[in-house]
Design a protein around this ligand. Sequence first.
Ligand SMILES: Cc1cc2nc3c(=O)[nH]c(=O)nc-3n(C[C@H](O)[C@H](O)[C@H](O)COP(=O)(O)O)c2cc1C
Length: 86
Amino acid sequence: MAHVAVHPSHSRVHPQQLQVLQDAIDLAGKTVIPFTTHEGSGLANCVSDVKKAFPKATVTQGFSIYGHEVRSGKAKVGKWLKEMGY
Ligand SMILES: Cc1cc2nc3c(=O)[nH]c(=O)nc-3n(C[C@H](O)[C@H](O)[C@H](O)COP(=O)(O)O)c2cc1C
């Protein structure tokens, strides 16, 4: 089963958020799909931060969308999910 890591962009994934996840779940051998909302930074360091935090997981290409586009951007999210095979 794949895990989707969703967070709002505050320049980087907050280290405490990753620490909480690291302590809570073992993602070794799992697939992590990084997904972030932002207001200009895009994915920023999201993918590399997640890779560093979970070196034993498979981290896919990430996806980002403007926070203000979330409600009107369902088609973009749908297209991304379809490309990911969901
Ligand atoms: C404290 C704070 C810092 C933020 N820093 C960034 C940032 O560095 N880059 C960016 O693109 N958006 C930044 N944002 C915007 C958030 O990514 C945005 O609020 C979030 O994606 C949710 O979107 P929404 O406010 O439209 O719901 C910041 C927001 C807050 C509250």
